[in-house]
Ligand binder design. Structure first.
Ligand code: PMP
Length: 399
């Protein structure tokens, strides 16, 4: 019982969510431990981490930490203002130049994080008179950007260009149209049909925005992303990505034509009205960008791990979806069962989270495995063993 009674409705709502195994809680990760985050300590238990977005194993890289440390010693820790006021350290400009070069685009713009980039960019590009055509499984930050923009929102069936074309035809006549998609989908690990989307955007005069959050650093010869890997990087109007996943740091970017970047500087509210990233973070990202480009072996290892793990899981009869990325969902369906399986895995030394609605559609609760370049075959074998054990225990429980 709380003091004023003001929060009773919240208690009731939380209780209802608990009944459906849909409540969430923050857990303390005591220690990232050795090997830069491959191991976690949670509740005193040491766990092999299959939950992070640290695909290349860079979040604990001492070279990147050193870059941040040196920058903090030189420049302190805060940007002290929005970039448009006096928070625009020269390292931003330097990083943006390097990003544009890496992506072979005219210009780049750094944002505080991927969520803010998606909110800000979508709301800057379209408004009330416009339409956004968005894959049904796009990330929440894209959905929120569309809502914020007040544009008409048309959701096409997941990775279905035919349905997209049907909607583009049916809802022609808006002032501007924007097609937006994740490059690699965060909860399913499959890739968008970018070639078809590029064709459609050209045919219907729409803009195309691709969120490379889970492909940046992972796809492409120097980690440029999926647009690059497919040779489409100069046919996509807005390429967005984050530094919080394969880069192991924090922050985000957009790469595009110069005019679009100039437009965003003037129009993107999260950039204008929020403090810039700390210079030490920008310095860390700059170092991470070098490592991401140079150490192709990390991508190779990650690719091999992902293909091997997926193949072995399929052979063992697990339902793991369509993708070929390091994101591998074990689709369970029921929320409570997904939670139970995740708990069981944790009891046996594996950190793999249960993902439930509204993050994924109703009836598709899952355990999401995120692989790292630094996982070994023996460790992944152990995960499969524990999955089999957890699945057998579930069978026994449910009869
Ligand atoms: N886009 C996608 C596809 C994502 O998965 C995420 C992070 N989960 C974001 C954007 C947001 O990125 P950030 O963590 O940098 O805010």
């Amino acid at each position: 019982m709380n003091g004023t009674g003001f929060c009773d409705w919240m208690e009731a709502e939380l209780d209802a969510l608990r009944q459906q195994s849909l409540n969430r809680c923050l857990r303390i990760v005591d220690d990232r431990g050795e090997e830069g985050g491959k191991w976690l300590t949670v509740g005193g238990r040491r766990l092999l981490n299959l939950s992070s977005n640290d695909y290349l194993g860079l979040a604990g890289d001492p070279r990147i930490a050193d870059a941040a440390r040196q920058a903090a010693e030189q420049w302190g820790v805060g940007a002290a203002a929005s970039r448009l006021i006096c928070g625009n350290h020269r390292w931003y400009a330097d990083l943006e130049e390097r990003l544009a070069e890496w992506k072979q685009r005219e210009a780049a713009l750094v944002f505080a994080n991927g969520y803010m980039a998606n909110l800000g960019v979508i709301a800057a590009l379209v408004g009330r008179e416009d339409a956004v055509f968005s894959d049904r499984l796009n990330h929440a930050s894209i959905v929120d950007g569309i809502i914020l923009s007040r544009a008409r929102h048309y959701r096409y069936r997941h990775n279905d260009p035919e349905h997209l074309e049907h909607l583009l035809k049916k809802h022609a006549g808006h002032r501007r149209a924007l097609i937006v998609t994740d490059a690699v989908f965060s909860m399913d690990g499959d890739a968008a049909p970018l070639r078809e989307l590029v064709e459609l955007k050209a045919r219907y005069g729409a803009m195309l925005m691709v969120d490379e959050a889970h492909a940046g650093g992972v796809r492409g010869r120097r980690g440029e992303g999926l647009c690059h890997e497919l040779g489409l990087h100069d046919r996509v109007d807005v390429i967005m990505g984050t530094f919080s996943k394969a880069f192991g740091v924090y922050g985000a970017y957009v790469c595009a034509d110069r005019v679009l970047i100039d437009y965003l500087v003037t129009k993107t509210r999260p950039l204008i009205y929020s403090t810039g990233l700390p210079p030490m973070v920008v310095a860390a990202v700059r170092r991470a960008l070098e490592v991401v480009q140079e150490e192709d072996w990390r991508r190779t290892r990650l690719r091999e791990n992902s293909a091997w793990f997926r193949r072995r899981l399929r052979a063992c009869g697990f339902e793991v979806g369509e993708g070929d990325s390091p994101i591998i969902p074990w689709i369970v369906g029921d929320n409570r069962q997904a939670l139970r399986l995740s708990q069981r895995l944790e009891e046996r030394g594996i950190a793999a989270v249960a993902i439930r609605p509204p993050t994924v559609p109703e009836g598709t609760a899952r355990i999401r495995f995120s692989l790292m370049a630094t996982h070994t075959r023996e460790e992944l074998e152990e995960v499969i063993r524990q999955m089999q054990f957890a699945a057998a225990a579930r069978e026994e429980e449910t009869g």
